[in-house]
Design a protein around this ligand. Structure first.
Ligand code: HEM
Length: 144
């Protein structure tokens, strides 16, 4: 499908809260519906409205999930840019969130394994000490 091409002055005509466009990495994005959802707040988006916000976007160090989200709001490309979206391995925003959660759970599991190890060895140590004590006690009784 052919991409719609916009000039920066065309993008600059959409810089209000009700009609908010900006450019990130050559993608022309209509973020009007995203204003309420943006975790960084709507103000920063409105400040960048109608402009090329690539630097602002990158300075924040947005996650891979945030970068994937760009496609959702793309309405075209900036004149002089060609955006390639061949990477089908990229994960949609919601899924990468799930992955982050899974990674967290795996980390938790590691601690649980460590706790299980202690739960097994501490009673064994106590029981061992008890039998040792009884054996030594009996040995001293026999000697006396
Ligand atoms: C359509 C463009 C944008 C999308 C899809 C987007 C998406 C997101 C997402 C998903 C987050 C959550 C953190 C993360 O996953 O990285 C975030 C945080 C943030 N964004 Fe954006 N963003 C966009 C544009 C911008 C722009 C232009 C700015 C300008 C400065 C900005 C500033 C921030 C800030 C300050 C945070 C909070 C960072 C933090 O709390 O650590 N974002 N954004």
């Amino acid at each position: 499908m052919a991409e719609r091409v916009f000039t920066l002055s065309q993008v600059a005509q959409h810089k209000s809260k009700k009609d908010c466009w900006l450019v990130v990495n050559g993608r022309v994005l209509n973020v009007t519906k995203f204003l309420d959802e943006h975790p960084g707040g709507e103000e920063v988006l409105i400040e960048s409205a109608g402009k090329d916000a690539t630097k602002d976007f990158e300075v924040v160090g947005h996650s891979k999930a945030a970068q994937n989200l760009l496609r959702k709001y793309q309405v075209g490309v900036l004149q002089g840019y060609r955006v390639q979206d061949g990477d089908s391995k990229e994960v949609p925003y919601n899924e990468s969130k799930k992955k982050e959660m899974t990674a967290f759970v795996i980390k938790d599991d590691g601690n649980a394994k460590y706790a299980g190890f202690l739960e097994f060895f501490v009673p064994l140590l106590v029981a061992g000490s008890y039998f040792c004590y009884r054996y030594l006690n009996r040995a001293t009784q026999i000697m006396n």
